[in-house]
Design a protein around this ligand. Structure first.
Ligand code: TYD
Ligand code: MG
Length: 457
């Protein structure tokens, strides 16, 4: 007789409990525990001999031989960069993102671009003909080595994998997979845990890299998040604004590379195109100069790029001024406004302030602060900043302009793109020979200095 057992799992963090709890002791969320029935088969599952049987002894690390892990190129140089130089054999990569952002497209396109490597694309979401339709849309050459399978039972999938022996496996998506060893529904925490563990076992024993597509919950985290993130080697996030074509792949965790890399793509009629020099598209071309625009030098991953920030400051029509920001954290914008108000005595308290970052790209680099301040001041004074001026600096709470990382790289990029003037923190210039560049560097320590230089004419 199969023994039936129920357990309660937190929907948010995956914490497990024998009884229902109102508040999750692990993540603090309320009302997230759900009962799941686990019926284990009598005999322990065969395919999962996770227990190590051979005895291992500790070894000095100097004696461990260094194996360079072979990497398979994805066919996208942007994607390779994010992965730290290609797909590592035996690694398991989780790609998360909102529905419709392009996760299936990216991985199918990658599968179609593999020449000699055999790829198995397992879909639990689309039928074979739907996959074919999508593949036909993507303008890639015929790919005789790309196989598709529409199956959700993991044991069945493993059987097919044994026969086909693919070099790369893509699972679309982990939430639709169901292990026959558990009785709970696909997408439940226990199924996610079990399926991820089974795929991990497969990846580690066969040396085949596996991509798992993961759904994202409403608040933007991966569904069944922490458990999956612990199991996999690499966590990638695919993001972008639905109203724009630009998509960014960010690396959140990577056991085989740096997490500071990112790749930029554009979604077009026939799939995703990689964007190799983002500065050129993120600077909108204006015929005439317009107040409220300022160009920031930011670092996304390890790559410097120029991006346009736009601000609109106008008198509030209603009693409470409106503040809105696209591509930027509104709380950070409010903080900048408070600094301008309190430290620099600009009267912005009764103004509506709208902020927009070009391309719908979410920027986290604090070096964008100085450009945002410049854009707000430009709109407030209605004086345009010339299009060949750019900014890189962080703002402190007392109105001081703080240094940012890798300033030399930023200056070089601005110089290369033909900018003539760049405002940076004066504390940033240690060891930088400004005479090496054509661009004129203007060191400042306070926002007022920038204001005087730009608008006090
Ligand atoms: P999809 O890969 O299905 O998203 P996900 O798997 O993340 O849910 O992406 C679907 C979106 O991409 C869809 O809204 C249409 C768009 N798209 C294009 O613009 N061009 C294309 O060539 C393809 C295949 C999709
Ligand atoms: Mg999909």
């Amino acid at each position: 007789m199969a023994k039936s057992k129920t357990q309660y799992f937190c929907k948010n963090c995956g914490a497990q409990s024998a009884q229902w709890l109102g508040k999750c002791p692990s993540c603090g969320e309320w009302n997230t525990f759900e009962e799941e029935v686990l019926i284990r088969e009598e005999a322990p599952a065969k395919g999962r001999s996770m227990v190590v049987t051979t005895q291992k002894h500790p070894k000095p690390i100097d004696e461990v031989s260094l194996l360079e892990l072979p990497r398979i190129p994805t066919g996208f140089s942007e994607f390779d960069n994010v992965l730290g130089g290609g797909i590592v054999a035996g690694s398991i990569i989780l790609l998360g993102g909102e529905p419709g952002i392009g996760k299936s497209t990216l991985l199918l396109q990658m599968a179609l671009q593999q020449g000699q490597h055999k790829v198995l694309y397992v879909s639990g979401e689309e039928s074979e003909s739907q996959l074919k339709m999508r593949a036909a849309r993507l303008s890639t050459a015929p790919a005789p080595n790309c196989y598709v399978l529409t199956e959700t039972n993991t044991q069945q999938i493993f059987k097919q994998i044994e026969d086909l022996k693919p070099d790369i496996i893509i699972i679309d998506s982990i939430q639709t997979m169901q292990s026959g060893l558990l009785d709970s529904a696909a997408g439940s925490i226990s199924q996610l845990k079990e399926c991820a563990a089974e795929f991990q076992h497969l990846a580690k024993t066969s040396g085949t890299p596996i991509f798992l597509i993961g759904h994202i919950t409403k608040d933007g985290t991966l569904a069944g998040p922490k458990i999956l993130e612990h199991i996999v080697d690499t966590v990638l996030q695919f993001e972008g604004d639905m109203h724009y074509g630009y998509r960014i792949v960010r690396c959140i965790k990577n056991r085989f590379g740096s997490t500071s890399e990112m790749g930029i793509f554009e979604m077009v009629q026939n799939g995703l195109n990689e964007i190799l020099n983002p500065s050129e598209i993120l600077l909108s071309q204006h015929e005439e100069e317009c107040s409220g625009n300022a160009i920031a030098s930011i670092l996304e991953g390890n790559r410097p790029m120029m991006i346009e920030t736009q601000a609109l400051v106008s008198s509030a029509v209603y009693g409470v001024p409106q503040r809105s920001a696209t591509g930027y954290d509104i709380r950070r914008m409010n903080m900048l406004l408070a600094v301008l108000e309190k430290r620099c005595r600009f009267k912005l308290g009764a103004k509506d302030v709208f902020l927009n970052i070009a391309g719908g790209i979410r920027v986290e680099d604090p070096a964008i602060n100085l450009a945002i301040v410049a854009a707000i001041l430009s709109s407030a004074t209605d004086i345009a900043i010339d299009a060949k001026t750019c900014f890189a600096g962080e703002m402190g709470l007392s109105g001081e302009v703080r240094p940012v990382t890798r300033i030399a790289q930023r200056i070089a990029e601005a110089d290369k793109l033909g900018f003539t003037r760049m405002f940076v923190s004066k504390y940033n210039l240690k060891g930088i020979k400004t005479s090496d560049f054509n661009i004129k560097i203007i060191p400042i320590s306070k926002v007022e200095e920038m204001f005087r230089s730009l608008f006090d004419k």
